[in-house]
Design a protein around this ligand. Structure first.
Ligand code: THU
Length: 157
């Protein structure tokens, strides 16, 4: 099955390219190392940079809930800190539920969309987003701007 809607493409997992399946697998492996004692929702992310490097991350929770950070921003900020001049090609996101299985693709939260958008604009190159759950179909969106219409950006400052 391959349905193109306005922004996302629904894919059967078997339709992913080998490279995209590998990236998703790295995100899945990263999810096991998440620290999510409060939500029991272990998220993993994997960022592919244009220079071929892959950087993974996972969510890090805190007893003071807002002090925690999502998997996407953990990977994104590490990537940006290590490779400040390298554009980002893709990010894969998935999760493991320790209490119930994650049956749907995991989309980035609003704050992560905003953080990703900053680097998409900085480099002028679209960042593709690959989203998956533990099972089922995968969503692919070609750029962060498609996920965050009418966004705030530096022109307003
Ligand atoms: N979380 C992520 O890491 N990424 C997302 O895209 C959605 C939510 C984390 C934050 C929190 O640790 C847990 O998942 C439940 O919201």
């Amino acid at each position: 099955m391959h349905i193109q809607t306005e922004i996302k493409t629904y894919l059967d997992r078997t339709q992913l390219s080998v490279k995209d399946a590998d990236l998703l697998n790295i995100a899945h492996e990263a999810a096991y190392n998440a620290y999510a004692p409060y939500s029991h929702f272990k998220v993993g992310s994997a960022i592919l940079l244009k220079n071929g490097h892959i950087i993974s991350g996972n969510n890090q929770e805190n007893a003071v809930y807002p002090s925690g950070l999502c998997a996407e921003r953990v990977a994104l900020f590490y990537a940006a800190s290590q490779f400040p001049e390298t554009p980002i090609a893709k990010i894969a996101i998935t999760a493991i539920g320790t209490e119930k299985e994650v049956m749907q693709p995991v989309p980035p939260c609003g704050s992560c969309r905003q953080a990703l958008l900053e680097y998409e604009i900085k480099f002028g190159e679209p960042i593709e987003i690959i989203m998956a759950g533990e099972k089922g179909e995968v969503y692919v969106v070609k750029s962060v701007s498609e996920l965050l219409p009418l966004s705030f950006s530096r022109e307003l400052l």
